[in-house]
Design a protein around this ligand. Sequence first.
Ligand SMILES: *[C@@H]1O[C@H](CO)[C@@H](O)[C@H](O)[C@H]1NC(C)=O
Ligand SMILES: *[C@@H]1O[C@H](CO)[C@@H](O)[C@H](O)[C@H]1NC(C)=O
Ligand SMILES: *[C@@H]1O[C@H](CO)[C@@H](O)[C@H](O)[C@H]1NC(C)=O
Ligand SMILES: *[C@@H]1O[C@H](CO)[C@@H](O)[C@H](O)[C@H]1NC(C)=O
Length: 426
Amino acid sequence: MKFLYSYYILTIATLLIVVRCSASKSCSRNSTDEFANSHVGLIISPMLSSSEIRRIEIYWTHANLQSGDVIALYDEEPREVATALYSFEPHTINGILKTRLQADFVPTSNLTFERQCLKYHVAWLRNGVIRKTNCLETRPNWLAQRKSTLGSARIRDLFLPGTHDSVSYSIVQSPTNDNIIDKYVIAQDEDVLAQLIYGIRYLDIRVGYYPLLNQVWWGNHGIVNVVPLQTIINDLKIFLNNTEEIVIFDVQEFPIGFGSDLSIHHKLVAYLEKQLGDYLLPKSYGWSTTLDNIWASGKRLIIGYDQSSVVPLYNSIWPCVTHQWGNVRSVSALYTYLNRIETAAMSSLVVNPRSAMAQMTPNTWDVILDRLGGLRKMANDVNINVTTWYATKWHNSANIVAVDFFKGSGIIETSIEWNDKRFSSC
Ligand SMILES: *[C@@H]1O[C@H](CO)[C@@H](O)[C@H](O)[C@H]1NC(C)=O
Ligand SMILES: *[C@@H]1O[C@H](CO)[C@@H](O)[C@H](O)[C@H]1NC(C)=O
Ligand SMILES: *[C@@H]1O[C@H](CO)[C@@H](O)[C@H](O)[C@H]1NC(C)=O
Ligand SMILES: *[C@@H]1O[C@H](CO)[C@@H](O)[C@H](O)[C@H]1NC(C)=O
């Protein structure tokens, strides 16, 4: 490795043309390897009923698939001789296949702060030879492991996976029928610590104030209080204590208890400062700061705050991330909306980060009449399309992309993969 570095430095010093060659050599892309830009991955379906939970789904993209190619699922490291749990022949260049297999329930306490495969693996075989593999995995250190390539980037330059309504989660272990409230309230199936360990770096936090309850601050979804804010904050501290990752905690909406005067906002900011003061990156760094500057500061938490008359009063809270909402009710309308914002982003010079809210939005009658089938079904309907669009069309413009039921999308591995390509001059 040392040898390689001095080789590069020497080359740079002497011959520019040689630098070009070695730079392209250092890229892992192999133009003669048709698997280099292909993808095969595992996701967990958000669908829940009395007979179904955590179904394993396999998704793929392969521009040069050949007839006779096989995709196989394993509960161990794939080897040609290992027995697959399930296998099939893909017939389209991208697609998704839902198996009838149920993934094990993995409690957050089983997750570690090291990258780990969680039992299931998938492989692409051609002529009986494994050509590409992947596993269901956690990515707790992905940013810090890329300090050398991502250090000079700003948040706006990265492709970051986020959760929408990060605090509206419910941990369900066994098959059950959702009630109508949960159907439109629950948007995630992992707690915030697990979301971060899996690789999410943007949290969309809705806070409600309940002066008469024992816990006054809650993580809400609309008017429903779901989890005490203290639980979310504890998870955040545990994660930041055990990693070198950078996290955006974006406080949005204030749906209950804030009224029109700002006094409750001052209380909330005081609470956040007391709880998270040791972790907070001061706003004076600004959104144009680089990740290297953030790491050098030792403070890796950015709190965005969606109240523009309160933000200027404190150095602890930042202008919030711009949420980009399509307010759409179909997959094709979501495509049209996202295509518009991603195209516009290519020529935008704004440094404040933005989050593409990659989900459909039910209107009141949709909820009352249960017309779209609930948030689980709505996420299931769009998540793989969103993943494929971002993996194949908008990888250069993508900034934050926030999804519901994130394990049902491939947005984490897609964003990591594309940051590697964006920042390795390939
Ligand atoms: C590139 O891919 C081809 C086909 O898979 C393989 O034969 C070749 O060894 C690869 N070259 C490098 C440098 O990895
Ligand atoms: C979780 O950890 C416990 C205790 O180490 C272990 O018995 C169990 O098998 C683990 N579950 C999974 C799904 O990994
Ligand atoms: C985080 O680390 C600090 C400093 O080591 C320690 O005081 C604190 O108790 C830790 N908090 C959690 C939630 O682990
Ligand atoms: C969404 O994905 C499915 C499965 O890959 C595909 O059949 C469908 O055409 C996609 N829809 C849109 C609007 O791209």
